[in-house]
Design a protein around this ligand. Structure first.
Ligand code: SAM
Length: 226
């Protein structure tokens, strides 16, 4: 991140903490905790975007279950020419993120309120994103069903996970096959202090997805592919 981006990210922390005092968005309630646990954790993905070799200005990124706007808002600051969409089923969170986005003057973010299982069937969003991100939303086999309908063939899914995700990855083999999104690689990064090592898991969409997916609201979580 450059100096201007760092300044904007610091401002994000201040504005976010003000919103977090009114609407419960995140467990991080201090400047330091929010800076490391939300902002640096989100920006860990920025260098990956360069390796995807899609020109920055063409990127369409969707963050599902964006909650209070992470990783959505830090990515929007660090990738100013990309177009970012945040999606969440909770209206009050979407309203809060809209206010944060407006007070930061971010022009490259738009927000949608709804369930991914419903919006994943809408023609205007289906298989139209280069990258779909998700942090702290669900297990991998559920997340692949949430994310795959939105990703273009050749696009990527990036999931934020702890270092103990081995079982989750192996347990998602059936979902990877059915949803045409095999596991590609893991990107390990280090956060300061007690936060320690974490990883981004990257899946790549290999071919168009059957209209069967996503299944009806609640089904992916209640009856995950496995
Ligand atoms: N990604 C944010 C973060 O890391 O701080 C928020 C994580 S929060 C624990 C999970 C969010 O996912 C919640 O805001 C919830 O409303 C949203 N969510 C869960 N299932 C969803 C679904 N099926 N469709 C849309 N949003 C969903």
């Amino acid at each position: 991140m450059d100096a201007v981006q760092e300044q904007q990210l610091r401002k994000l922390v201040t504005v976010f903490l003000e919103e977090n005092a009114k609407v419960n968005l995140s467990a991080f309630r201090t400047q330091e905790g929010c800076w490391i646990g939300n902002v640096l954790d989100s920006t860990a993905a920025v260098e990956l975007f360069e390796s995807f070799r899609i020109p920055n200005f063409e990127f369409r990124i969707l963050d599902i279950g964006t909650g209070g706007g992470f990783p959505l808002l830090p990515l929007a600051i660090c990738l100013p020419e990309a177009h970012l969409t945040g999606m969440d089923s909770t209206q009050k969170k979407i309203d809060a993120v809209n206010r944060i986005k407006d007070s930061l003057g971010l022009k490259n973010v738009n927000l949608i309120c709804g369930r991914v299982e419903v919006i994943g069937h809408a023609k205007q969003y289906r298989e139209t994103f280069d990258v779909v991100t998700a942090r702290a939303v669900a297990e991998i086999n559920v997340l692949l069903e949430y994310a795959s309908p939105f990703v273009k063939v050749g696009g990527k899914i990036i999931l934020w996970k702890s270092m103990n995700a081995e079982k989750e990855v192996s347990g998602s083999k059936k979902a990877q096959d059915a949803l045409r999104c095999p596991f590609k690689e893991s990107h390990i990064y280090d956060l300061p202090g007690d936060f320690g090592k974490r990883q981004l898991l990257i899946f790549e969409k290999k071919s168009p997805l059957s209209g069967t997916y996503p299944r009806a609201v609640g089904v992916p979580k209640k009856n995950p592919l496995k």
